[in-house]
Design a protein. Structure first.
Lengths: 858, 592
């Protein structure tokens, strides 16, 4: 049976099966891992290779200059560059989480490369002390690094995105005179420590120290034998050290130690309980040590790879070429000069199907499909056997398919699943589709040309979003786009990145042609930010292309600022105006205002109505003088005049300025200046005349204030000035003002009648009424008296009203209903009037009666 | 009764809009820990009072202050300015901060702009060198529901800004607010606009739909069917006339602000003299809901009837035997406070309406609108100036004169303006200039077409029965507001049949259909076919007034919506509720 061959490749460690299928034959040639320093990124990431300058190697037909080469996991060269950095030997090299290659040289300088072997400027440094002391060892974790210097000090960068190096506290024994050398280092990642900062484990002599940002603690691991015998008197005798090599498990819970006497000890870090204690054949420390998932530890000596588990005999693998262990979350990838393998524990589902002699429902289902294909009736028999647990069997097949790297086997398992599903009424059908979809994505990225050999578990941990960003970083845009489409994700990220990369990569393509190419793709995605692409084009020095691109940006809030930054001020102003968003117009105005000399600025906005009006509105509030310049330069003289006129008023209102000094002088001057400006234009003769009279009025008012010694005239109107004169009993002055401003008789009668009524000078009022026949009858007198609520006085004049309607109304207003009715009766259209009187008089009565019953209740 | 209306019966879910604003504001304020001083610009504080109770704000540990030129007096070390984007406010804020610096007081300053950040405002803060001392955020309050069917954008200066200063910020604001509504209630498919600003709003709205599309799948079937946009400029006649509905009259004489009117407590029958009290006026008050839209004459009758029937109940109570009868009586008593409130208010109003000056003012308005005799009106206005009657009243009539007559003859124009300056002072030359720029008070250059408009649209309706109205003309006792006539037509037949008349009125007009961006067109058409009748709700027409609307106009629209054969519910949105006086006041600007 076919199943046997599958399980035949497995190895048993105690009761667990392990497998290590080959994923790739390496496509590279002449790469000898032993001659090189190699950095492999987890999650199937790229491999950086550079000749190891700490080893003496023979040069074949190659340049003496070292080359940094970056391959994908299948050994296809992605990029290369020549390494000629100063700063001494390359000490550490590792990929960060965002797939930046971090290279640290002896003097602590950090060189960063992207996946295209392009140096990311600027170069960073581990700090001055590090520079002086020389780095001797680096330990990396996901996004950080710890460096050990010759002086025994520790420096740390805890986040490559911040790139802020800091010094860790000194480890006892390292920096003192005795100058012990640490035997090994390990780090526990920040996310697993109590403090949330990184913990560095340093083995010095017999002891292990845990170093954190602000503390150093001894990390005691006792010999198991001593612990049991309860005779731990001696403080040192029962320690497990000296330790030659150590690593922390991926979940930060366990620490693996390789002791001086060739034992491998795994200890739980919190409780110090020992999980594994196994004596190796060699006391020499292994060259590499790695955790395989959470269960076992791999040790590598030349030609021998040993896997040690908590129980049972270790498994040995033999290699006749150098290997590199690449830990992943669910196993270890093993890289050799010729191949890449993935060592993992056989998943439960796979085991249940393929284990020799397995009779699990899943195995029977898988077998049933085989019979079915061969048209054997046994298929039905199998199915009947597992009827009760069919859905469980289907589930296992789906799960196992997900874990397979081999496409034929994936297909076989999925077919078994869907075969079983057909007999399963209550199974969630999306599960098969979902796994198919995931596998299609995985198979696509596992293709050697892409070279990202993710397992399904890694894929889920990495998330599709990150996978896509890695793909586009490696310039696999098409695949990234297809995957986004396939998984129904936002394509914008991919297309945007593609567009930027395309612009960078095509410096010699003519703008119009490149624009066409770009637009073709950008149109795939609604709502994409053309402005962002245009910004990139501008940064690449393609201003014209940027201008063409930004034309397509529908969002004016993005378009306008960009147009400004590429110097397209005119277009920016047009676009801002079109958008109707005044805030954008202001943005443009201030930009131009700042950059251009005033006259040029004025000319630019004068023709644009909205821009001009907004500028005026702003300046009116805040930049008066500048506004005057603007009006002058654009010939709006009357506007200047208005401004001057306003200034004269402000001057009067400012209490600081008016203290003591005869202010009216400068004020009048300003108004006269305004008058002159008004008089230059025919259409402003009215304003000119008004300004002239205003100046005259101010003069008169000032004289009045001087003669009466009362500061009550300035800034009142002509009417009010006259009124004040009358109220003060200064009839002569009133008449003077009247003649000065040619106040009509009509106005004069109203004015004087009301003024006299305010001071209740009824005698004077009567005298005034008899001066001559009032030009418009006695209405002013009647109204003035009614207004002052003097019925008796009013009665003097009401009978003199010639208009009967008016007379009736007047009576009505002082509440004389009968007289009002009489007058109305005499008038021509008296009927309507009478009706109205009746209504007004009765309405008030209604309300009074209405309110009565509720008064108590409210 | 609360000043914040409960919006239970609103045809659109306006409550959700209010709650969203409330949440946003509370979150913004909560972001800042500890005690803090909230400085609000006074007008905005009115709008905010329709969103959230002051007591709720105080619970957040806030000291409340109004923004003015005076420095803020507070012990708090955190000062939050909640302001609309007016340039003048920035000077205040800057001077406050500079004042603190000179006194070595250390404080954290936050400036929250309503509805959004403004380049120009921040520029002033920069120039005053305080920009780096403040944290700037925005509170996106684009609209405030005033009542079940009325939304205000709270832009009281919009008409003046657009017509005089050419600052069209409010137009963008209106478009943005409508777009926000679309995000909640779906893309409005039919748009009818009349007037320069309205057409521009429609244009910007389309741009916004391109820039930031409303996804039709997210919001379901659009609830609003038609959008009607109208510039106030198209009809300046109506607001200049005195409103004669109950609510309109209250606004004319007592000025309703933010859904409440402030009166002397003695007016409301309270004992303490001299104290002011606020009377909320919204549809949560059942009696007010019933009477607000009626002609005031009728309101008096209605109140009288109700009072009489209550009086009878009151006397009958002595003979009441059963508990259930008692219960009924008590139930009726519940409406007693409402009754008393409106009887007091109505009586207070009659003291104004019975005044001779008001009656002659009405006379003049009528004469002008009917275009009967300009000379009488001209003389009347002249006399008003001579008597130095309140300037707003004079200007209101003068504008009505100018608008219906398409200006004043040159000689009269100059004469009346100079008389006005003589009477009220030369500082008003700017007001006159503003009105001239806005085209509200101008020199006559061509013959007025008001007569044609009036006749064609039947604006004057003889024999209007105010108690049993059969036309919108009842709100002005015989004059049917031009604005509402236009809307009436727009709802029934669109602009097409009346293009000739539209051309006689200021500004262009536009009629378009829009659509959302459905991801699958088939789904859209399916919904359109089935849902229309299913939920039994009427489609909604959103009527937007740019430049303000009066209460009487709102009443007229409500009357239209209640008429038989009307297929739509109406929601009214406006830049601000106005009347002739408040509208004129925005144009008044003194030199000094």
């Amino acid at each position: 049976m076919a199943n046997v061959s599958v399980a035949a490749e497995w190895q048993l460690l105690y009761d667990r099966y392990y497998r290590k299928p080959e994923i790739y034959q390496m496509r590279w040639k002449h790469v000898d891992l032993s001659r090189n320093k190699v950095a492999c990124a987890s999650f199937g990431g790229p491999i950086a290779v550079i000749r190891d300058d700490s080893k003496i190697v023979q040069l074949y037909a190659e340049s003496a200059l070292r080359k940094l080469r970056i391959f994908n996991s299948a050994g296809i060269l992605l990029s290369e560059t020549i390494w000629k950095h100063p700063g001494g030997r390359l000490i550490g090299m590792s990929w960060s989480d965002d797939q930046t290659l971090i290279c640290i040289v002896q003097d602590g300088t950090i060189y960063r490369y992207n996946i295209h072997a392009e140096l990311i400027e600027p170069n960073m440094s581990m700090g001055k002390e590090c520079f002086e002391q020389n780095v001797v060892e680096c330990v990396f974790w996901g996004n950080g690094v710890v460096c050990l210097t010759e002086g025994g000090q520790l420096f740390c960068i805890s986040d490559f995105e911040m790139m802020k190096p800091f010094k860790l506290p000194d480890v006892p024994g390292l920096t003192e005179d005795d100058m012990l050398q640490p035997t090994c280092l390990a780090v526990r990642e920040p996310e697993y420590t109590m403090s949330g900062t990184v913990e560095v484990l340093v083995a010095v002599g017999d002891e292990i120290f845990g170093v954190e940002e602000d503390s150093v603690q001894t990390f005691r691991v006792d010999e198991p034998s001593f612990k049991d015998s309860e005779t731990q008197n001696d403080d040192y005798g029962n320690l497990i050290g000296p330790v030659q090599k150590m690593i922390v498990s991926p979940n930060g819970k366990f620490l693996t130690l390789f002791t001086h006497d060739g034992r491998i000890v795994v200890v739980e870090m919190e409780t110090k309980q020992i999980a594994i204690d196994y004596s190796c054949e060699s006391a020499l420390p292994p060259k590499q040590m790695a955790w395989c998932g959470m269960d076992t530890v791999l040790l590598y000596w030349d030609e021998d790879l040993t896997m040690v588990g908590p129980l049972g005999d270790p498994v040995h693998y033999f290699y006749d070429e150098p290997v590199i262990l690449i830990p992943e979350c669910d196993g270890v990838r093993i890289l050799t000069n010729t191949s890449l393998e993935f060592l993992q524990r056989v998943p439960d589902s796979t085991e249940s199907i393929f284990k020799i002699g397995s009779t699990s429902p899943a195995a029977l289902l898988y077998d049933a499909l085989d019979h079915f294909d061969r048209r054997s009736a046994k298929a039905d028999e199998n199915l009947r056997l597992i009827r009760s647990s069919l859905s469980e069997a289907v589930e296992s097949c789906i799960d196992a398919a997900g874990h397979e790297f081999d496409v034929t086997r994936q297909r076989a398992l999925l077919r078994a699943a869907s075969y079983g599903q057909a007999f399963c009424s209550n199974f969630q059908r999306e599960r098969v589709q979902e796994t198919c979809r995931t596998l299609r994505v995985l198979n696509a990225v596992r293709d050697p040309d892409i070279g990202i050999p993710l397992s399904i578990q890694q894929y889920k941990l990495l998330t599709p979003v990150v996978l896509i960003s890695r793909l586009i970083n490696a310039h696999h845009h098409l695949l990234a786009l297809r995957i986004s489409e396939y998984l129904d994700m936002n394509k914008e990220v991919v297309i945007m990145h593609w567009a930027s990369a395309k612009i960078t990569a095509s410096p010699s393509t003519p703008d119009t042609h490149l624009l066409e190419i770009l637009l073709d793709k950008l149109q795939l995605c609604r709502g994409i930010s053309y402005a962002a692409v245009a910004t990139h084009a501008d940064n690449c020095g393609r201003r014209k292309l940027a201008a063409m691109l930004v034309e397509h940006e529908p969002r004016s809030t993005k378009q306008v600022p960009l147009l400004l930054s590429i110097g397209e001020e005119d277009t920016a102003l047009v676009k801002a105006t079109e958008s109707g968003d005044t805030d954008l117009v202001y943005l443009v105005i201030f930009h131009i205002w700042q950059k251009r000399p005033p006259l040029e600025f004025f000319a630019m906005i004068q023709g644009r109505v909205l821009a001009r009006d907004l500028f005026v509105a702003y300046s009116r509030c805040y930049k008066h003088e500048f506004l005057k310049d603007f009006f002058l330069s654009t010939g709006q003289i009357h506007e200047v005049a208005f401004l001057l006129w306003k200034e004269s008023w402000d001057m009067g209102k400012n209490p600081m300025a008016s203290k003591g000094s005869p202010l009216y002088g400068p004020r009048i001057k300003l108004i006269e200046k305004a008058r002159n400006l008004f008089s230059q234009a025919k259409e402003h003769t009215f304003e000119s005349k008004a300004a002239e009279e205003h100046a005259k009025l101010l003069k008169i008012q000032h004289e009045l204030e001087a003669s009466t010694k009362q500061a009550i005239f300035v800034d009142s109107s002509i009417n009010d000035t006259i009124r004040t004169c009358i109220v003060l009993g200064n009839n002569r002055a009133a008449i003077k003002v009247k003649t000065e401003f040619k106040v009509s008789d009509k106005r004069w009668y109203w004015l004087k009648a009301f003024a006299l009524a305010t001071i209740k000078d009824w005698a004077a009022l009567e005298k005034f009424s008899k001066e001559k026949r009032p030009p418009m009858g006695f209405r002013p007198f009647v109204e003035a008296c009614i207004d002052a609520d003097e019925k008796a006085e009013a009665l003097k004049y009401i009978p003199k009203l010639s208009d009967l309607v008016e007379r009736g109304e007047a009576y009505a207003r002082i509440g004389m209903a009968k007289e009002a009715a009489d007058a109305a009766a005499q008038a021509n259209d008296g009927g309507e009037l009478l009706e109205r009187f009746r209504k007004t008089f009765s309405q008030n009565a209604i309300f009074d009666t209405l309110k009565m019953p509720f008064q108590g209740a409210s | 009764m609360a000043q914040i209306p409960n919006l239970e019966n609103a045809p659109l879910n306006l409550k959700s809009i209010r709650e969203k604003s409330q949440r946003e504001l509370v979150n913004l304020l909560k972001d800042i820990r500890g005690t803090k001083c909230l400085v609000i610009d006074p007008k905005l504080s009115g709008s905010i009072s329709l969103i959230i109770q002051t007591s709720l704000l105080k619970e957040l540990g806030l000291e409340l202050r109004h923004l003015s030129a005076e420095p803020v007096q507070t012990e708090c070390t955190k000062v939050i300015y909640l302001v609309r984007t007016q340039l003048s406010f920035m000077k205040f804020i800057a001077s406050h901060i500079q004042n603190d610096i000179s006194k070595a007081i250390q404080r954290d300053y936050y400036v929250y702009f309503v509805p959004r950040r403004s380049v120009a405002c921040e520029k002033i803060l920069e120039q005053e060198q305080v920009h780096n001392l403040v944290t700037v955020k925005e509170f996106p309050l684009y609209m405030v529901p005033l009542d079940e069917d009325v939304i205000s954008f709270e832009l009281e200066l919009s008409e003046k800004d657009c017509l005089v200063d050419g600052d069209v910020s409010s137009i963008w604001h209106v478009a943005k607010a409508i777009h926000e509504l679309e995000f909640s209630f779906g893309v409005i498919s039919k748009v009818r606009a009349k007037g320069k600003a309205s057409v521009r709003v429609a244009d910007i709205l389309n741009r916004m739909q391109v820039e930031e599309p409303v996804n039709t799948n997210d919001v379901g079937r659009p609830e609003v069917d038609t959008l009607i946009l109208l510039d106030r400029e198209v009809d300046m006649v109506t607001p200049m006339c005195s409103q004669l509905t109950y609510e309109g009259l209250i606004d004319e004489f007592l000025h309703i602000s933010n859904g409440a009117v402030e009166v002397d407590s003695s007016v409301m029958g309270a004992q303490q003299e001299g104290r002011k009290m606020k009377v909320p006026l919204n549809s949560s008050d059942k009696l007010f809901k019933e009477t607000r839209d009626l002609n005031f004459e009728v309101v008096v009758q209605v109140l009288r009837q109700k009072a009489m029937s209550m009086k009878e109940d009151y006397t009958e109570i002595n003979s009441t035997q059963t508990v259930s009868e008692l219960k009924d009586f008590v139930k009726k008593l519940n409406s007693l406070p409402e009754m008393t409130r409106h009887i007091h208010l109505a009586q207070h109003l009659t003291t104004f309406t019975s005044k001779q000056s008001f009656l002659s003012q009405l006379d003049m308005e009528q004469t002008l609108v009917e275009a009967e005799s300009y000379d009488i009106c001209y003389e009347y206005i002249e006399e008003m100036i001579h008597k130095q009657e309140p300037l707003t009243n004079v200007l209101r009539l003068l504008v009505l004169f100018s608008v219906t007559n398409s200006g004043l003859p040159k000689k009269q124009f100059d004469y009346i303006r100079m008389e006005l300056l003589h009477s009220y002072g030369f500082e008003h030359v700017v007001t006159l200039n503003n009105l001239e720029k806005a085209g509200l008070l101008k020199k006559q250059e061509f013959k007025s077409n008001w007569l044609t408009v009036k006749r064609t649209l039947k604006l004057i309706v003889q024999d209007t029965d105010t108690s049993r109205p059969n036309d919108i003309s009842y709100v002005y006792s015989g004059y049917a507001p031009l604005s509402i006539r236009l809307i009436q037509q727009a709802i029934h037949s669109g602009w097409r049949p009346m293009e000739d008349i539209l051309k006689l009125l200021p500004g262009p007009h536009l009629e378009t259909k829009r659509s959302g961006f459905p991801s699958s067109p088939s789904v859209d058409s399916l919904h359109g076919a089935s849902n229309g009748v299913a939920d039994g709700r009427r489609s909604i027409v959103l009527v937007v007034f740019i430049g303000g609307v009066t209460f009487a106009e709102i009443s007229a629209l409500r009357y239209l919506a209640s008429k038989e054969g009307m297929a739509y519910d109406l929601i009214i949105a406006t830049t601000k509720i106005v009347n002739g006086a408040t509208l004129i006041e925005t144009f008044m600007e003194k030199l000094g």
